[in-house]
Design a protein around this ligand. Structure first.
Ligand code: SIN
Ligand code: FE2
Length: 207
């Protein structure tokens, strides 16, 4: 097992292999089931309307949406108009275990990375509950995750995230730039098509 790493930024935690293989498989199965009625869709960049590289959807009472009008949280899926699917119990337990926050997450963003996709350097800034961490679960193929600092041009460091790994962006790291430079497709067969699923749990409203 890889060692636990604490980065230079206060509040960043890397929990390698938090979920063992059987739990990863069960979680992927559960998420795939929910996606049948709560489908992935392709969002767009605010202002330009340029399509996002990564398709996504959400679970929970609120979901993060990006389109030409901007970024926001909303209670319904923008394509189906229905409420988002439920956050799996396993993820609610994870939040209880690692968040140190007195209220449950309200949104779980499901990002689906296919070969050649990436996520540019950004801050998660659309939540009022900046006192709650963002908790991320990686499933399937490995990814090159980049963590920077509080400014876009702060120095960054990169690490590989593998299936089952959990990352907590809490404390000062909650406001740190981060992104995914690439994935290694087919480095895992867990996700159909050899891709990667990333689940991020967020508290949106202040508890
Ligand atoms: C995110 O920043 O929302 C996702 C990070 C990841 O895919 O590891
Ligand atoms: Fe993010």
């Amino acid at each position: 097992m890889r060692a636990y790493i604490r980065s230079m930024i206060e509040g960043f935690r890397f929990l390698p292999e938090y979920f063992p293989p059987a739990a990863q498989k069960a979680l992927v199965g559960e998420v795939l089931g929910i996606l049948e009625t709560n489908p992935l869709y392709r969002g767009a960049m605010p202002r330009t309307g340029k399509p996002l590289s990564v398709r996504n959807t959400n679970l929970g009472p609120l979901g993060w949406v990006s389109d030409i009008k901007g970024y926001r949280y909303q209670p319904v899926h923008p394509v189906t108009g229905e409420a988002w699917g439920p956050i799996p119990e396993t993820l609610l337990k994870l939040w209880e275990d690692v968040s140190d926050y007195p209220a449950p997450p309200e949104a779980c963003l499901v990002n689906w990375y296919e070969a050649g996709t990436k996520l540019g350097l950004h801050i998660d800034a659309d939540e009022d509950a900046k006192d709650a961490p963002v908790v991320s679960v990686s499933l399937g193929s490995r990814a090159l995750f980049r963590l920077g600092g509080l400014e876009r041009n702060s120095p960054t460091s990169s690490m590989r995230l593998a299936s089952g790994d959990v990352v907590v962006l809490g404390g000062a790291s909650r406001r740190a730039y981060h992104g995914v430079d690439r994935i290694w497709p087919d480095s895992s067969t867990l996700v159909p098509g050899g891709g990667r699923i990333n689940l991020t749990l967020r508290r949106v409203t202040r508890a």
